[in-house]
Design a protein. Structure first.
Length: 398
């Protein structure tokens, strides 16, 4: 069994940390050959010192000297956005794990695909913004796009469970007999909070996720349910299904990571404890299952598995995402960009919690979507949405 040579983009974030744990756990199957981070030079150096990755990239060029001083060996160092694309296309790599929050992972992901590298995708924004382009480029370049999000990795495993649906050579999925893809959501910290109390929610309260330990942007998205909305659009492109066949159910225990219901009424689900090491390892070792030190489920200790319908009126992110997914074109990129600005404004106490939804909806309403956009059109829509959202924030913060 071949050891996979992996480049990690976003190595200092929570996904990067989990990927490092996986590499420690299965050294015979995973080798980290490249590490990239935005600006945390000290943490990047510490990770590099442990892994001895031969290639390192720091996007923030002003901190390169800190990186060099902290490194205990001499890897090849890349810097800036150009360096991010260079490390994503290394001839020494088999796979690029994209774990960059926001839109910064899109260009390096496309560069990796053009270089013939398989992608392990943990950044929802890549497929939300440019799913049509990314999946088309992957098909044309004969590379695999493997999901790392726990929900999409679960769906992938469920579809693979029906072996005839997956062709390992062409990596195509037949979803003709899939009735529904069901994404599970923890519901976030405000699952039972009355709508009348939303105005008083603080950033500190919203950052207390009941299940997962994630970065601030993803944690706020989980609280608003935009995280699940983005995942709906991501699933549409990963599995080539219409948005109407993708649904969300609230599952507070976060044990069932997602489900696939087939046309005969049978449903397959993937279960495990809440640990991102599970989906990362499977993306790296696919199609093999490899022993590790992660804890298996102890069903005798699972007191209950609950499922609830989302509160769509109180958490409008899901309906906004469905609208964006069904409209397609540039609208998902606009929704994503507006949400990034609104979340940042909430964390900066410029807007209240429910105003995150308001800003996104207002910007979406102002946008005329372009169908089948190229990358330039997507990036222009992204920037337009950010400017519009910032204008909305200014009005609300007066």
């Amino acid at each position: 069994m071949k050891r996979k040579r992996v480049v990690i983009l976003g190595a200092t974030g929570s996904i990067g940390e989990s990927a490092l744990k996986v590499a420690r756990d299965i050294p015979g199957r995973m080798q980290i050959v490249g590490l990239a981070a935005n600006s945390n030079a000290e943490k990047l150096a510490a990770t590099a010192n442990e892994t001895r990755a031969p290639f390192v990239c720091l996007v923030n060029e002003t901190k390169i000297d800190i990186l060099r001083r902290t490194l205990e060996y001499k890897p090849r160092i890349f810097s800036g956005d150009a360096g991010l694309c260079e490390i994503a296309s290394l001839t020494d790599a088999d796979m690029v794990l994209v774990a960059i929050v926001g839109t910064g992972g899109l260009r390096p992901a496309l560069t990796a695909i053009e270089a013939g590298k398989d992608l392990a995708v943990a950044s929802k924004e890549i497929l939300v913004m440019a799913g049509e382009i990314v999946m088309r480029e992957a098909r044309e370049n004969g590379v695999r796009v493997l999901p790392v999000d726990s929900e999409h990795n679960a769906i992938f495993q469920c579809l693979e469970g029906k072996r005839s649906t997956l062709n390992a050579e062409s990596f195509t999925l037949d979803v003709s007999d899939v009735r529904r893809i069901i994404l599970t959501a923890s519901g976030g910290p405000f699952r039972e909070t009355p709508r009348k109390d939303f105005d008083s929610i603080t950033p500190e309260q919203a950052l207390k996720h009941p299940t997962w330990n994630m970065g601030s942007k993803i944690t706020i998205d989980s609280a608003t349910l935009f995280n699940k909305g983005l995942e709906m659009i991501e699933a549409r492109w990963l599995f080539d299904v219409e948005t109407k066949r993708v649904e969300v159910v609230i599952h507070p225990q976060s044990i069932v990571h997602s489900m696939v219901e087939f046309t005969d009424g049978s449903t397959l689900a993937q279960l495990s404890y809440s640990d991102m090491c599970f989906p990362i390892q499977y993306a790296v070792t696919w199609p093999d299952r490899v022993p590790n030190t992660l804890p298996p489920l102890d069903f005798s200790k699972l007191s209950k598995l609950e499922f609830f319908t989302p509160r769509y009126e109180d958490f409008p992110a899901l309906n906004l995402a469905r609208r964006a997914g069904e409209t397609g074109g540039t609208l998902p990129a606009v929704m994503n960009a507006a949400n990034e600005i609104a979340v940042a404004a909430f964390l900066d106490r410029q807007v209240r919690f429910p105003e995150i939804w308001h800003v996104v909806e207002e910007v979406m309403n102002r946008h005329t979507a372009i169908a089948h956009p190229n990358l330039d059109a997507i990036l222009e829509a992204d920037q337009w949405a950010r400017n519009e959202a910032q204008g909305c924030v200014k009005l609300l913060s007066r």
